[in-house]
Design a protein around this ligand. Structure first.
Ligand code: GDP
Ligand code: MG
Length: 168
């Protein structure tokens, strides 16, 4: 039997950037044009095989609305990894992503692995990719462009997160 470890990861970001859509696409390979807004938070699990072991990802999907913001620390405080998502079509959501990254760095788990995820890459790019990747370089983050709609980089972003966790 393959050794297995469980890791909790969390998705943070403005509402409607596609957090739930990314999780559903990865876990169920489904995409909905009218994805229901998330209430509070929910979680799904998916096992990602590695060479010597497997990683059971416990994926916490949070609601982006302001009124749920105070709940976020409950979900990210014990997370080993975070996907901070914004909408590449919407500049305002990039600002919010930077806010969440600061939150994670100051209040998250020590050594939390942070991915900045520019979702909706199938739409017009109103946030500059060079600026975003430069921001990641300066802050020691990983940068991905994804589309939950086309599936672009969706499996890659989650499997790459899983591969960051050292098996001990
Ligand atoms: P959340 O609030 O961050 O969880 O966002 P949702 O997953 O609920 O998605 C909000 C809306 O954006 C829904 O209408 C989705 O169908 C749409 N959406 C999500 N991801 C993408 C994407 O990659 N491309 C496009 N064009 N639309 C997307
Ligand atoms: Mg949602």
């Amino acid at each position: 039997e393959i050794p297995s470890m469980q890791k909790k990861i969390v998705l943070l970001g403005d509402s409607s950037v596609g957090k739930s859509s990314l999780v559903f696409k990865f876990v169920k390979d489904q995409f909905f044009e009218n994805q229901e807004p998330t209430i509070g938070a929910s979680f799904l699990t998916k096992t990602v095989p590695q060479n010597s072991h497997e990683v059971k990802l416990q994926i916490w999907d949070t609601a982006g609305q302001e009124r749920y913001e105070s709940l976020a620390p409950m979900y990210y405080r014990s997370a080993s990894g975070a996907l901070v998502v914004y909408d590449i079509n919407d500049k305002q959501t990039f600002k919010k992503a930077k806010f969440w990254i600061k939150e994670l760095i100051s209040n998250g788990e020590n050594g939390v692995i942070i991915f900045l995820v520019a979702n909706k890459s199938d739409l017009e790019h109103n946030v500059d990719s060079v600026e975003a990747s430069k921001y990641c370089e300066e802050n020691g983050l990983f940068y991905f462009e994804t589309s939950a709609k086309t599936g672009h980089n969706v499996v890659e972003v989650f499997t790459s997160m899983a591969s960051q966790f050292e098996y001990v």
